[in-house]
Design a protein around this ligand. Structure first.
Ligand code: CP
Ligand code: NVA
Length: 301
């Protein structure tokens, strides 16, 4: 594995090794305090971020390395200069590029012209660091990932795709419950299902909350992803039945909640459950840093 653009790059063993390393980084930070000493990581952002920006910056620092944040105010990629020149220049100085972009094709081009590893920190189609942080979080609460049933509820998007990919590789059951017209990408579902056939995973899409009775974990995300300028009022009524709330926990028997955040309290999730005992949401946010450090150590060294 040289880059992490989609998640499909990972074998099952590599995904398990990343989770194990992420746990060790969390438990034994002192052991890794110089693990990226002398190394520099450029984090490029075309879109907004709280968790990703802060976890990569602080995460690199915790490994003894140096992070450089670049937003679009200092020259937008493809506008001030070409993506390929961004990649070729940065890879002469840095040891790794982390990029959050609108269009997945930008990452593919970046990887083509970069001589250092490229990590996708969210694009229109994938959010692999998120998906791996989520399975790290689940594995801290469930011993056997192949027995875990995870239900993603809401808009079929980049996060859904990354849960499907990580879940398929790790042998889990992942069902996305989406309103009609908001299903995940058919091609990515098919690719994840092909992997699932080999690992024993189950990857499904449905419109009905009824189908996730007896599941272990429910997962939410924003109804409108960055770059989607659909007015909230246009979709709110359609998405309200897919809100993560106490009634959903009661009707399904689900015990744990994840949400990648940013959360929209009162819309995609209620405060009652986000702040309640079922929530693993802030562990999950913390784990972004540990899994990303595991990914950087694996790719850079
Ligand atoms: N979950 C996540 O990626 O959060 P940010 O958009 O704040 O980075
Ligand atoms: N699906 C969301 C995830 C945010 C972390 C988005 O792309 O905006």
């Amino acid at each position: 594995m040289e880059d992490l653009l989609t998640g499909f790059e990972m074998t099952q063993q590599q995904a398990l090794d990343l989770i194990a390393l992420g746990k060790d980084l969390k438990a034994n930070p002192a052991k890794y305090a110089q693990a990226l000493a002398g190394k520099s990581v450029v984090t490029l952002f075309e879109k907004q971020s709280l968790r990703t920006r802060v976890t990569f910056d602080i995460g690199v620092n915790k490994l003894g390395g140096h992070a450089v944040y670049l937003d679009q105010a200092n020259g937008a990629m493809g506008s001030r200069e070409d993506v390929k020149d961004f990649a070729a220049n940065i890879s002469r100085w840095a040891d790794c590029i982390v990029a959050r972009v609108y269009d997945h094709k930008t990452l593919v081009e970046m990887q083509q012209y970069s001589s250092v590893p490229v990590i996708n920190s969210l694009c229109d189609l994938y959010h692999p660091c998120q998906g791996m942080a989520d399975f790290l979080t689940i594995s801290q609460n469930y011993d056997d990932l192949t027995k875990v049933k995870l239900a993603y509820v809401g808009d079929g998007n980049n996060v859904t795709h990354s849960l499907f990919i990580a879940g398929a590789i790790l042998g889990a059951t992942v069902t996305a419950v989406c309103p009609i017209g908001h299903s995940p990408d058919a091609q990515i579902i098919k690719q994840a299902q092909d992997i699932a056939e080999k690992t024993g995973a189950t990857i499904n899409v449905t419109n009905s909350i009824e189908d996730i009775k007896g599941y272990d974990v429910v997962y939410g995300d924003t109804w409108l992803s960055m770059g989607d300028d659909t007015p909230l009022e246009q979709i709110k009524a359609k998405f309200m039945p897919y809100q993560i709330n106490q009634a959903l926990l009661d009707s399904t028997g689900i015990k744990h909640i994840l949400h990648c955040q940013p959360a929209h309290r009162g819309l995609d999730i209620t405060s009652e459950v986000m702040d309640g005992p079922a929530s693993l949401i802030f562990d999950q946010a913390e784990n972004r840093m540990h899994i990303q450090n595991a990914i950087m150590l694996t790719l850079v060294n």
